[in-house]
Design a binder for this molecule. Structure first.
Ligand code: GLA
Length: 729
């Protein structure tokens, strides 16, 4: 049993294979956090709640409320009542006053997990997951707060979410509702986060937490290039294989906060949820609000174990697409090949050459609709431009199919160009503040997805195109952040709901899409990787990682992304050189090896690239056919990090049965006069004997992991090599 309640001690106990999570009730009914860490097997107690410690002034009343609340390890702290650390729930009553205090009422334990209304969330069968719903209540407000904990034993994951139910008769204003809190004693924690910018997303950053608050967040209306809705608290010296790691990852695609607060008593309060900035939800009588889910992983075996837990969890319990465990087609995308300058003939030329090289799908990117020959117009006018796509879309798709390739298409459905028929007809459909000129970004506005008429228009625009031809793949893009928040549709009191309603609109659109087109391969995208989050994974099994396709920059981007996301989700393409983002020239082979670690495809004009590069494509596609399963389904091990050593990078994908391990090594900069480089490999069976493909060399798994493997005969910059080990029978 993964979830248990000890009635006598009033302790809730959640067990995964390798971790235990404990909560306890005080006599008044406060729910406190006792423990999260290594799996416990024996009896548990609640003394870590420190209920009898004196407040800061010696007092007979050890439970003087404010002193007690300001130090108690609260499971779900509420604001306005004397706990002065970060609260998770701020509620304003009808009289305009903010305060909320919740006590335990009842709980329910059941097998399986319920969906979260309107939101993406993890799922599992009755055998895979067990759920605990704890109902707490503020009788003064008439508010029920239902804290849900779902325990996935095998993956060592506990997910959390919160549901509010207004059972009283007041109109409540929810000014903040986070999804999870972890109140723990500090263990000299450091905070590890994923930072970035356009074209350099998700670089790993780490630093000691200090007194006060440190956070990652977004107020951009999307999860963002700049910060990922993830952080981990790690003990000093944590490496891939050692150290305690607490990971929190938010299943949400809009504004978020993830924060660690080191308090006066050296406790750390880690919280995660929807960002409270420009958020206020009206909760009227009998209404409910569902807050999104947080995925928590604890690992006592370093970052590597956390990574593999997240990978398994997302592959098994978050990605719904039938492509999750299926081979993805090798695609060629025309964006970096042609930008807006293409027509039917050009695309067919690319398709023919691509087919000859073993590529399996052509994706037509931006520029096929309206009069879009540049990025300054036509978003919203989803009618094919027959001046470019002569003969129409169906003709093009049929011709591409005749060549033997599948066909995919690009959309940016959430947007509208000021220069578009749609905007001319419906200026009120754009998010804007009346009387203020809204900021354009990439010469576009954002559509007000809180409106039913807009949602229906957007959905039909995409769906009617998909119904009109044999289109099997969609790249769903989103190329600007939200600002000038104003809806011509929402009531005055609802304006602060717009950020969240927008995200709910995106989810509804994608839900409709994958329901009507269950065979569609959907790839989400946002100016590269600005909306790479677990929420989007629920709808699309892959997400475009970054507009930066340079193999060397991609080392850091893909390392950071793979810290929490399976390799099978990372959109990665081989592009032309000099690279369009950084101007760097790298060998075609290296570009192939780096892209192989993701979904693998091409983004170049195959009719124009150097002959010697083109000649390598058939071999590269064969390489993909050989390794796709290992990379998609295997365990990922980070062996060396170029972002740390500034010289070389190395990672491995190992099959679950450890019969096969593929090691990728990239030498970023060569060094003169050095010994061969020793790398401590991972992912092998220590008892096994492995043959290195292409050689007669045999190695024991134990030697490779403990003594190391030598990278020999390797000179040059930006070079890479694959080492494929097979267990000898
Ligand atoms: C975004 C995407 C690119 C490409 C362009 C098209 O930047 O990330 O891959 O689709 O839009 O405008």
């Amino acid at each position: 049993m993964a979830v248990r309640y000890n009635e006598e001690r009033k302790i809730f106990r959640l067990d995964t294979d390798k971790s235990t999570y404990l909560m306890g009730l005080t006599p008044e009914g406060y729910l406190g956090h006792i423990y999260y860490g290594d799996r416990l097997f024996k009896r548990v107690d609640n003394y870590m709640l420190r209920m009898e410690e004196a407040p800061f002034t010696p007092s007979v009343n050890k439970r003087e409320k404010s002193a007690f609340l300001d130090s108690f390890p609260m499971e779900y702290p509420t604001g306005g009542i004397g706990d002065f650390r970060e609260s998770c729930l701020n509620v304003r009553n009808e009289a305009g006053q903010m305060g909320c205090e919740i006590h335990y009422v009842t709980h329910e334990i059941y097998k399986g997990k319920k969906p979260l209304k309107g939101l993406p969330a993890s799922f599992g069968t009755d055998d895979e997951v067990e759920t605990l719903d704890i109902t707490c209540e503020d009788p003064v407000l008439g508010l029920q707060v239902i804290l849900s904990y779902s325990v996935f034993e095998k993956e060592n994951v506990i997910t959390r979410s919160v549901r509010l139910h207004n059972t009283g008769s007041q109109h409540l204003k929810i000014e903040k509702v986070y999804s999870a809190c972890l109140d723990m004693d500090n263990e000299d924690f450091e905070m590890l986060t994923l930072q970035g910018a356009w074209a350099r997303e998700r670089h790993i950053q780490q630093g000691k937490i200090r007194y006060g608050k440190q956070m990652v967040s977004s107020v951009r209306g999307e999860s963002s290039h700049q910060q990922q809705p993830f952080f981990a608290l790690i003990t000093p010296g944590t490496s891939q294989q050692q150290g305690k790691v607490y990971g929190m990852h938010f299943v949400y695609s809009g504004n978020f906060i993830g924060q660690a607060e080191l308090s006066q008593f050296d406790s750390v309060r880690a919280v995660m949820g929807i960002n409270q900035e420009e958020f206020c939800w009206n909760l009227k009588e009998d209404q409910e609000f569902q807050a999104p889910e947080v995925v928590m992983v604890y690992s006592s075996e370093g970052l590597g174990q956390m990574t593999r837990s997240y990978h398994d969890f997302y592959r098994n319990h978050m990605i719904r697409s039938k492509y999750n465990h299926k081979k993805r087609p090798i695609l060629i995308n025309n964006w970096e090949a042609t930008y807006f300058d293409f027509d039917t003939e050009k695309l067919l030329d690319i398709a023919r050459e691509a087919k000859a090289c073993g590529i399996e799908m052509l994706v037509m990117d931006d520029g096929w609709f309206g009069v879009r020959n540049n990025d300054d117009c036509s978003l919203g006018d989803w009618k094919v431009n027959t001046d470019k796509i002569t003969g129409g879309l169906k003709h093009l798709v049929d011709e591409v199919n005749k060549i033997g390739l599948d066909f995919g298409i690009w959309f940016e459905p959430e947007m509208v160009s000021p220069d578009s028929e749609l905007y001319r007809n419906h200026p009120e459909w754009a998010i804007q503040i009346q009387g203020r000129e809204a900021a354009q970004s990439r010469q576009q506005y954002v559509l007000d997805l809180s409106r039913r008429d807009v949602l229906d228009y957007v959905y039909e625009s995409v769906a009617s195109i998909l119904r009109s031809a044999n289109i099997v793949y969609v790249k769903w893009d989103m190329n600007r952040c939200l600002c000038d928040l104003g809806s011509a549709y929402l009531e005055k009191e609802q304006q602060q709901e717009l950020f969240h309603r927008y995200v709910l609109g995106v989810y509804e659109l994608q839900e409709r899409l994958v329901t009507e087109f269950p065979d569609l391969l959907l790839e989400n995208c946002s100016s590269g990787g600005a909306r790479f989050d677990p929420g989007m994974l629920y709808y699309s099994p892959q997400i475009w990682c970054s507009d930066d396709t340079d193999a060397i920059e991609r080392l850091s981007i893909q390392e950071g992304t793979a810290l929490v996301y399976p390799l099978s989700t990372m959109g990665a393409h081989v592009s032309d050189c000099p690279n369009h983002s950084v101007g760097r020239v790298t060998p075609f082979e290296t570009r192939g090896h780096v892209a192989l670690t993701g979904t693998f495809g091409y983004e170049l004009d195959i009719t124009k690239i150097p002959q010697e590069d083109r000649k390598m494509i058939p071999d590269q596609t064969r390489m993909y056919h050989k390794y796709h399963e290992l990379i998609r389904e295997g365990d990922y091990y980070r062996i060396a990090s170029y972002s740390e050593n500034h010289l070389y990078d190395c990672w491995a994908a190992a099959s679950k049965d450890k019969k096969e391990v593929l090691v990728t090594y990239v030498q970023v900069l060569g060094r003169p006069n050095v010994h061969s480089r020793r790398l401590f490999l991972q992912g092998f069976d220590p008892e096994g004997v492995y043959l290195l493909e292409g050689t007669q060399e045999k190695y024991t798994g134990e030697m490779l992991m403990k003594c190391g493997f030598l990278i020999r005969d390797f000179t040059g910059d930006f070079k890479s090599r694959l080492y494929h080990f097979m267990k000898a029978e």
